[in-house]
Design a protein around this ligand. Sequence first.
Ligand SMILES: Nc1ncnc2c1ncn2[C@@H]1O[C@H](COP(=O)(O)OP(=O)(O)O)[C@@H](O)[C@H]1O
Ligand SMILES: [Mg+2]
Length: 330
Amino acid sequence: MTANILELSGISRSYSTRQGLFGKRVPVRAVDDVSLSLQEGQTLALVGESGSGKSTTGRIALGLERPNSGHVLFRGSELPPADTPAWRRMRAQMQMIYQDPLAALDRRLPILDQTREPLDIHDVGPASERNDKALAMLDAVGLNAGHAASLPSQLSGGQRQRAVLARALIMKPSLLVCDEPVSALDVSIQAQVVNLLMDLQRDLQLSLLFISHDLKVVRQVSQRMAVMYLGRIVEYGETRLLLSNSVHPYTRALISAVPVAGRRTRERIILTGEPPNPAARPAGCAFHPRCPIARSECANVSPAFTTLPDGRSVACHAVDGHPPIEEVGV
Ligand SMILES: Nc1ncnc2c1ncn2[C@@H]1O[C@H](COP(=O)(O)OP(=O)(O)O)[C@@H](O)[C@H]1O
Ligand SMILES: [Mg+2]
């Protein structure tokens, strides 16, 4: 069996946020008892509506945020305290790609300089070779010498995200957390960047934690996926299984919302009720107010995980009477 590069066990993270401009502060459980693992060289997708705790989980995985409880293991070792030399050494192995490439780039610095910068900061190799290394990395992400001399504002959105990738990969990390990496790009460009990411993953043996709400992309890039709702995982297993035979009613609703040629709109499950509000999390199963198959216990008792014979975990009281069904899928 392949080793895990990343393991999160029982991670929880709360914030206190103000309700309204002058409202009182209320605790928000952004991530609640999340356990996940990612195998070396593979991709684990995290999906769920906005506010479900995906980004917080990604930041915790990189040690950019400390959990209130739980453990993060990178190649079997606990992340050292932030900003220590041991943490910096481990952090050089992990990089994050955000949705907005412009925010990740320095507007005043040519792309070549930004790509080379991590080598300068960490004093990697002879200084005279760093420009060549940066140019080679830019070439690997599909940017040429002309792009290298440009400022971020002179590039298109897709080219900027390629530049972000070059900078993230120049230190040869082994783990990349991608937080909605193509959501801000034109649809026509998204596929190119996703394909590039997959090529780079293969060539550089990268492991990816891939946060996305686009299930078509998730199907293309990931071997396993976890569906989050209000800070908790509700279904977790092989992407192929979840997208063709989802069990949790929330996963079903997400899949159903994806337009598929040939499927009539009225066959879709429409998510009803209030969108999830982390500051007013319903008791019992947090999804029960919107759930088409909720029963009385769902309002009172939080469902435990059940592991099905196909290896997936599902947190749903109705799972026994609700076996996987063949769906149109994504
Ligand atoms: N730094 C923070 N301070 C206060 N609340 C936060 C902070 N980060 C995240 N949250 C809250 O935690 C919840 C989950 O956020 P997030 O992890 O960004 O979800 P997602 O990425 O799935 O949209 C949200 O309600 C968000 O407002
Ligand atoms: Mg997010």
